[in-house]
Design a protein around this ligand. Structure first.
Ligand SMILES: C[S@@+](CC[C@H](N)C(=O)[O-])C[C@H]1O[C@@H](n2cnc3c(N)ncnc32)[C@H](O)[C@@H]1O
Length: 250
């Protein structure tokens, strides 16, 4: 899987999905009592670690473990850790999100921006819960439908790339059924999709097409990204990223 050119393509972008520090901070503000005196945060699917660094600034006493499956992303996080002087309290661990090498109940906060779709939102909510301490918080941002009846073109597109994509309401129910208290949610504004991610993809698309011109799989991925942006331009009122903050009861 690691040989999939999608990883090489995504290395070209500053973030590996939509989001920004402002909305990481907004989601963090739903945590009623950020851990004082040194809490433990797990950042799942951290990519190149933009949100890892935001979390480090938002909770200056926290220790953070940033995990991802792709070592070059973790190498990029390690560079940021060194440059920011964070080596005492942030470390990277290569791990698959569905097979985490940690003790149960070892984290105060689990953070996952734009990656739960890889194992499915519901699976992620249920599996990651056991790694949280009682009273701990989990934040997952991911794709949800904002309507019960999406346009056929959008529905068909996402049936291929994110078959478990649910409505926001169904997501809220998943959170409650998994035994969490739902602390809050909000949607990422479409402008942030453009500024933080799709704009960067568009800037690089031509160069990437040239770079991967002999790699059929990569070209299919790049065409898919182009299509994804077209779908977003047409249908962004029907779906988007919802940030959900949930608390494991004491
Ligand atoms: C859409 S990106 C989001 C990255 C980052 N959180 C952000 O918002 O920029 C998804 C991330 O999940 C990682 N990933 C893919 N499969 C994974 C797996 N099985 N376990 C852990 N991480 C995985 C990818 O390498 C990538 O960094």
């Amino acid at each position: 899987m690691e040989n999939n050119p999608i990883f090489k393509i995504f290395e070209s972008f500053p973030r590996q999905g939509p989001g920004d520090d402002e909305h990481t901070e907004k989601a963090f503000s739903f945590i009623a009592e950020p851990p004082e005196g040194g809490g433990d945060i797990l950042d799942v699917g951290c990519g190149k670690g933009v949100q890892t660094m935001a979390l480090a600034r938002l909770c200056p006493s926290c220790r953070i473990i940033a995990t991802d499956i792709h070592q070059p992303f973790l190498d990029a996080v390690d560079e940021k850790i060194a440059a920011g002087g964070f080596s005492e309290r942030i470390k990277t661990v290569r791990a698959s999100m569905d097979d985490l090498p940690f003790e149960e109940e070892s984290f105060d906060i689990i953070w996952a921006e734009g990656c739960s779709f890889i194992m499915g939102f519901e699976n992620a909510v249920r599996y990651w819960k056991k790694f949280l301490k009682p009273g701990g918080y989990m934040m997952i941002s991911d794709l949800f439908w904002f309507t019960e009846s999406p346009s056929p073109e959008a529905r068909e597109f996402f049936a291929e790339i994110d078959p478990t994509m649910a409505t926001e309401e169904a997501g809220f129910e998943t959170i409650r059924n998994a035994g969490f208290e739902h602390a809050g949610s909000f949607r990422l504004p479409p402008r942030v999709w453009k500024e933080s991610f799709y704009g960067k993809v568009e800037e690089k698309l031509g160069d990437l097409m040239e770079k991967f011109k002999d790699d059929e799989v990569a070209l299919v991925i790049l065409e898919g990204l182009k299509k994804q942006i077209e779908i977003f331009d047409k249908y962004h009122e029907e779906y988007g990223y919802t940030y959900n903050v949930m608390r494991k009861p004491l």
